[in-house]
Design a protein around this ligand. Structure first.
Ligand code: FAD
Length: 498
């Protein structure tokens, strides 16, 4: 049996370990934290449960697929529900819009409240589905670094439709052409933040993202987001994957241009036929392989945005709020300028409030709510986060007062804060970015690191910092691409381990 080391068990690391175990490799996972999941994690505080990282779950079929590949019934491990309501939007002028999972209802509400022409939303979402059909085969499910991808049916379909798709400008430009009300434009511009970029810079191809949330659906795992990591870990263990927690990899040992061993905080483990890094690709090169030449052009690309998160236990209920809520900034463009140019947080930030206790009652004591409050933040470039955090907390409380007419501070009974520095410390993601490199330019997809090393034939990469990109669905997708490369490369490799 060939032996593979996987460094890290975020969603990409878990998915690749599962795929490789199914392919009959002997897999050992080295994880510096005490639990699986990476940025997907949870904690409890004074009767409240909080998901620490992701809160929005799309494309659950990618998770189900892993159980099915292993010959298991996903429902025996992992259950989730499709949400009837996608998001509640709030503006300071008291415009409020609750978007349901029914696209016709969404279209009717936008017509009625935001005075868009009837059918605009439906057209937009049909267009989003059309683009997804064409682009996902090429940019999400396959490697961009294989000639066969560019000669595939998906690619030819893309070449034929390239001018029809209207993808050459910015995402904001596309949304502005699609809608007349700046509030509708703002609602769709927000999807740029789903991969940590700015709608004013990222290309119009981002208009495929709403397809996931509206046409396919937004979902919530039965026990919260951590359930994803927990279920995948359980499956991996059943498939024979060996996990070493609290075991940080310090070096990848390379001999004769082959990765053969990992030096960890607990000692060196040898005789691997391949190594897969789920650690962010930048520190993988700079910290684990300081003797190898790093691909600096790729590693030095601008990082995606990060987040400043306040986990608040709130001792009252808010009937006007749902699971996902957005309180929009009055000046969205300035907000992104602060995030990506000034590397700061605007004084009127857009506030995302996620409250899982709205659906999972046990996540908060009776009569209380667990608020996960996320502000889009710049990646860490050495800012004074203590000052930014204090300033932002004040801005959030003031905005909640202006928008919901509530003085929130006296109702906060527990608090924990996560900033970009802590995100970097907890998961080694470069500059605390949530999604690897940013997609703030039209070549970003092509500038992501491939899922393999060009110099070391048995070294591979998986997860949000490499192709196809960040977010749970893409990290899971990368595992498929990575495991296929690994299986092929090892078959052709003339290397016989000791
Ligand atoms: C606050 C927040 C909100 C988010 N919201 C969403 C959302 O709503 N929806 C969504 O889809 N995505 C969201 N994301 C992004 C999503 O979490 C990431 O894109 C995804 O987790 C990346 O997965 P990954 O496989 O690259 O691994 P990561 O989750 O980055 O995990 C990497 C793992 O590798 C381990 N590791 C690193 N270095 C070493 C080493 N040297 N030795 C051993 N182990 C190591 C780390 O400890 C970690 O466990 C959010 C992220 C955060 C932080």
């Amino acid at each position: 049996m060939k032996k593979v080391a996987v460094i890290g068990c975020g969603p990409g690391g878990l998915a690749v370990a599962i795929r490789l175990a199914i392919l009959k490799y002997e897999v050992e996972v080295f994880e510096s934290n005490a639990t699986p999941g990476g940025k997907i994690n949870e904690f409890h505080s004074e009767g409240f449960r909080f998901d620490g990282g992701p809160s929005l779950f799309t494309l659950p079929s990618l998770i189900d697929e892993l159980f099915e590949l292993a010959g298991k019934n996903p429902k025996d491990y992992f259950n989730y529900q499709k949400l009837d309501e996608v998001c509640r939007y709030f503006w300071e002028d008291q415009t409020r819009l609750t978007v349901s999972a029914d696209n016709q209802d969404f279209d009717n509400k936008v017509t009625q409240i935001l005075k868009e022409k009837p059918g605009r939303i439906l057209n937009y979402l049909n267009d989003s589905a059309f683009k997804y059909e064409i682009l996902s085969g090429l940019f999400i499910h396959k490697s961009l670094h294989k000639l066969s991808t560019w000669l595939s049916k998906d690619a030819f379909c893309g070449y034929l439709n390239i001018f029809k798709m209207g993808i050459f400008g910015t995402f904001h430009g596309f949304n502005k052409q699609s809608f007349s009300n700046p509030k509708t434009v703002q609602m769709f511009n927000r999807y740029a933040t789903y991969n940590g970029s700015s709608p004013y810079k990222t290309p119009a191809t981002m208009s495929i993202i709403p397809h996931l949330e509206y046409n396919i659906g937004a979902f919530l795992p039965e026990k919260g987001m951590y359930h994803i990591a927990d279920a995948l870990h359980k499956l991996a263990v059943e498939l024979g994957v060996k996990f070493h927690f609290n075991t940080k990899v310090e070096r990848i040992i390379v001999e004769n241009k082959l990765a053969t061993a990992v030096k960890t905080s607990q000692g060196t483990v040898k005789n691997f036929d391949a190594v897969v890094s789920n650690m962010d690709v930048t520190p993988t090169y700079l910290k684990l392989m300081p003797d190898q030449k790093p691909p600096l052009k790729t590693l030095n690309q601008e990082k995606s945005g990060s987040g400043l998160i306040f986990y608040w236990g709130i001792n009252r209920e808010f009937k006007e709020l749902g699971l996902h809520n957005i309180l929009f900034s009055e000046n969205y463009e300035t907000e992104f300028e602060h995030q990506f140019e000034k590397k700061d947080i605007f004084t009127d930030p857009t506030i995302y409030i996620n409250i899982t206790s709205k659906i999972i009652a046990s996540d908060a004591p009776a009569g209380s709510e667990n608020w996960f409050v996320l502000i889009n933040a710049p990646s860490n470039t050495g800012q004074n986060w203590e000052t930014i955090t204090q300033k932002t907390k004040k801005a959030i409380l003031e905005k909640v007062k202006r928008t919901l007419h509530v003085d929130l501070e006296p109702h906060i009974v527990t608090e924990r804060i996560l900033d970009p520095v802590k995100i970097e410390t907890n998961t080694s993601s470069s500059q605390g970015a949530l999604y690897g490199n940013s997609s703030n330019n039209k070549y970003a997809a092509f500038l992501r690191h491939p899922n393999f090393s060009k110099d070391i034939q048995n070294l591979f990469f998986v997860g949000g910092s490499v192709h196809p990109g960040g977010g749970i669905p893409l990290a899971i997708s990368s595992a498929k691409i990575t495991s296929e490369f690994l299986a092929r490369n090892l078959t052709h490799l003339n290397y016989i381990p000791n």
